[in-house]
Design a protein around this ligand. Structure first.
Ligand code: PHE
Length: 345
């Protein structure tokens, strides 16, 4: 073999080695320029050497250069295609999953404070043997007033700021009508129920909302006394707030209980010492209660000589405000998500 043909062979091997080391676009581009560049490319200069080759060798040399050219172009094409594929794959991969991006956290929901308190109250009384009753929010005069011993024209009716409907019905002003419905529906005592629900009064300021929540409690059996009422409420508030929480009963008036008492709990913020939340009194009023008036029992077909009972009505909104430190009742009904985020338990 002549020197020029040997050189062609050597150059071909050199190209194969260089080609096998191509890993990225930059080295591929450099190799491509080195070999196929229009002005300085190796193939171009090999062609240019034709005139210096001995005439008898020209044919072989020309064919050799041509073969090399075909091979170089083919191999560069292959490598370029491989690089393009890899680049496209890398891009697709990035689009599908970039593991370095921070994750998108789903919003975790939370319960409304009223729901939280409602569930706690239901859990406590269920343990004490109470069942949960329900009643309509649109009531009639009989269940909301008359059966509860509010005679027509009695001033206690005025105190309830009733919202009347055009059809003669009304929005219940308290959950006490469910006492009546429960007693009328049951055959005989013992009765132990609580009834949580919405109630309505024509009242709207920082401390009052026209719609608010109560839980009614009713226990009727033989021999129930005021001591049972007090003991039940004491056990209840200690579970709901803390073991240190105490209660005090203040004489009060409700047409359907006799005697009647309003019940305060020691302020959970200052443990009774006096603070801004309880207006320095150390106490907070949370419910009305009393011994079921014998007239109410009798009106529901329960013999008041044999049975007695107690009832209470607890303001759930107040309890939620106390438990979660919510200063304004309207915050409970504004549907501002920030409240729910803070209450998360
Ligand atoms: N229903 C009364 C109110 O809303 C509260 C209450 C319930 C009082 C049961 C005594 C017994 O003010």
């Amino acid at each position: 073999m002549t020197t020029s043909l040997t050189e062609l062979q050597r150059l071909a091997e050199k190209f194969e080695t260089a080609a096998s080391e191509i890993r990225d676009r930059a080295s591929w581009e450099a190799l491509r320029l080195e070999w196929t560049g229009r002005k300085q490319g190796l193939l171009k200069s090999l062609m240019g050497r034709m005139k210096d080759i001995l005439p008898e060798e020209r044919r072989d040399y020309g064919q050799g250069v041509n073969r090399l050219k075909v091979r170089v172009e083919e191999r560069l094409g292959e490598l370029g295609q491989g690089l393009a594929d890899a680049e496209r794959k890398a891009k697709q991969g990035q689009r599908a999953l970039d593991v370095t991006l921070p994750g998108r956290r789903p919003e975790i929901g939370s319960l409304h404070p009223i729901t939280v308190v409602n569930r706690e109250i239901e859990a406590i009384f269920t343990e004490l043997g109470y069942s949960v009753a329900d009643g309509p929010e649109v009531e009639d005069d009989y269940h909301n007033f008359e059966a509860l011993n509010f005679p027509p024209g009695h001033p206690a009716r005025e105190m309830q700021d009733t919202l009347f409907l055009e059809n003669g019905m009304l929005l219940r002003t308290h959950t006490s009508p469910v006492q009546i419905r429960t007693m009328l529906a049951r055959e005989n005592p013992p009765i132990r129920v609580i009834c949580p629900g919405r109630v309505y009064r024509n009242d709207n300021d920082l401390r009052h909302s026209p719609m608010f929540h109560q839980v009614e409690g009713l226990a009727v059996a033989e021999g129930i006394t005021l001591g049972d009422l007090k003991g039940t409420l004491e056990a209840f508030v200690k579970r709901l707030f803390s073991a240190e929480t105490g209660i005090r009963l203040r004489p009060s008036f409700f047409p359907f209980t006799e005697p009647s008492a309003e019940v305060d709990v020691t302020c959970p913020f200052c443990a009774g010492g006096g603070c801004a939340v309880c207006s320095q009194t150390g106490w907070m009023e949370i419910l009305g209660s009393g011994m079921v008036d014998p007239r109410v029992l009798a009106g529901c077909g329960i013999d008041p000589d044999r049975y007695s009972g107690f009832a209470f009505g607890l303001g759930i909104d107040r309890v939620a405000m106390i438990k979660f430190g919510i200063p304004n009742i309207r915050m409970l009904f504004d549907n501002d998500e920030r409240l729910l985020r803070q209450v998360r338990i």
